[in-house]
Design a protein around this ligand. Structure first.
Ligand SMILES: [Zn+2]
Length: 181
């Protein structure tokens, strides 16, 4: 959950921060009472993939909180210094040990409530050898009717998978934007 007014201390000098509207701004920002640094807060980017092998999609069972034991598409926080595509590939390697060829952007999902933007790319699996990392209990392929819909970790994963199989039936993949409540 996005926590308003969560910054208590300056990231630079450790001084106390207060929320106030800077003179040239229109919303409250955490502002250091010592060095006057303004700490801007913006949504976090989450990047991931829909790795596909024929009519199957690769899911990972989470070995970490939140949603330990639930199934997810490989995804994680975009790091500084990498593009969204690079981040999506990295997360797929880290969480599933899967070998992929990245394809087009598939979903753009706003999760305003928690201050996150999720971007999923389609990806083609190059083989079915997986080597899950420590964040994953198990990685395996599912056809549409095998997907554990009630045991998916996040709504963004559910929405992405739903649209993926719909598009696959149509024989044409688009880019889908949605707001997740
Ligand atoms: Zn400061």
């Amino acid at each position: 959950m996005f926590q308003p007014r969560s910054i208590k201390h300056c990231k630079l000098c450790g001084g106390a921060a207060v929320y106030a509207v800077p003179s040239d701004d229109n919303r409250e920002r955490a502002t250091c009472t010592v060095c006057a640094t303004i700490h801007y807060e913006n949504p976090i980017n989450v990047v991931g993939t829909v790795p596909a092998w024929a009519d199957q999609v690769l899911l990972c069972r989470r070995n970490i909180e939140p949603r330990h034991g639930f199934w997810t598409l490989p995804a994680g926080f975009l790091e500084m210094g990498e593009s969204t595509a690079e981040g999506a590939v990295r997360e797929t390697v880290e969480e599933a040990g899967a070998h992929i060829e990245l394809q087009d952007l598939f979903t753009v999902l706003n999760v305003v409530r928690v201050g996150q933007l999720h971007l999923y790319y389609r990806a083609r699996l190059l083989d079915t050898e997986f080597d899950p990392g420590p964040e994953t209990i198990e990685a395996r392929l599912f056809t549409e009717d095998q997907i554990p819909w009630e045991e998916l970790a996040f709504r963004t994963v559910r929405e992405t998978l739903k649209r993926y199989f719909e598009d696959r039936r149509q024989g044409r993949f688009g880019v889908h934007t949605a707001d997740i409540g």
